[in-house]
Design a protein around this ligand. Sequence first.
Ligand code: ADP
Length: 180
Amino acid sequence: MTRLEVCRGDITKLEVDAIVNAANESLLGGGGVDGAIHRAAGPELLAETRRLGGCPTGEARITKGYRLPATWVIHAVGPVWRGGNANEDNLLSSAHEHSLRLAAEHGVRSIAFPAISTGVYGFPKERAARIAVGTVRRFLREREHDLERVIFCCFDESCVRAHEQALEEAGEEFETWRAG
Ligand code: ADP
């Protein structure tokens, strides 16, 4: 059984096998959680992502975590919100699914997701949380993996509530905790 958790805190501090980055297609860093991850990981991370040559929206790429407590960083590119009729839901789900596939391929046992696309990219929080939770549940049910913990890491309380609500609606048991 994989444990589902909601955590309020800074994803760069989490001691897990893999953290997911809400990256952009260039993979060259940016603001928000992306900037925080690059700062905490150190310049070696940018050197590695430069070699990857970008990543299309809806996909993900994996690198080492360098100075982060996490061993791996999975750089997922979520969609920019354009009003809801530009395939945003599928692209957000696909970004989560690709991340989980990479995690499974690397034997990851614990993974933390930020609320991809809900910052600068403007995706509505509740809708994004339902998609994140739904995609994780389907993956855990249908695919082979070693995942023991999946953490939804939220920076603010409204994000925590959105994930708690999505998990409750899905009838999942989960635990909420605060980091630091
Ligand atoms: P996007 O461009 O995909 O919208 P952002 O980084 O702007 O990405 O925001 C994604 C989410 O990450 C937002 O909910 C934001 O509050 C959150 N966030 C920002 N910094 C951190 C952090 N250090 N740890 C966890 N979540 C963070």
